[in-house]
Design a protein around this ligand. Structure first.
Ligand code: AMP
Length: 113
């Protein structure tokens, strides 16, 4: 999608601090971190949100979910972490390109705001 900021980050048209990259996904530091460690995992392929998940993307989704623990280990989150997927208006999703927030290095609270 030509006007999608995360597609531009995936294409390196907009700079980001890469934490991990392969042919399917990119993990980079959030520009406005909400915890001492806060990264975003995105599929390189444009998918609007979790609400647009399709069976043909099941391999991509399992790749993303299984990568989370590797990223957490790389970031030193041995004490735990939180994964957040804001979805749609009530979920307060501000960037319409699916992304997993991975947050750590502080004690999270519940319920979320
Ligand atoms: P959400 O509100 O769940 O859609 O999350 C979008 C996230 O993207 C926010 O945490 C922003 O801080 C982050 N963000 C937006 N633009 C950039 C950017 N250019 N580089 C890194 N993070 C960004």
């Amino acid at each position: 999608m030509s006007d999608c900021i995360f597609c531009k980050i995936a294409d390196k048209e907009i700079p980001s601090t890469t934490v991990y990259e392969d042919d399917k996904i990119l993990v980079f530091r959030d520009a406005s971190p909400q915890a001492p460690e806060h990264v975003l995992m995105i599929p390189k392929k444009h998918i609007d949100s979790l609400d647009e998940a399709k069976p043909e993307d099941s391999e991509l989704f399992s790749h993303m979910v299984l990568k989370v623990k590797d990223i957490a280990a790389e970031l030193g989150l041995e004490n735990g972490y939180r994964v957040v997927i804001n979805t749609g208006e009530d979920g307060q999703q501000s960037v319409k390109h699916l992304h997993f927030h991975i947050l750590g290095k502080r004690k999270m609270t519940w319920p979320p705001g």
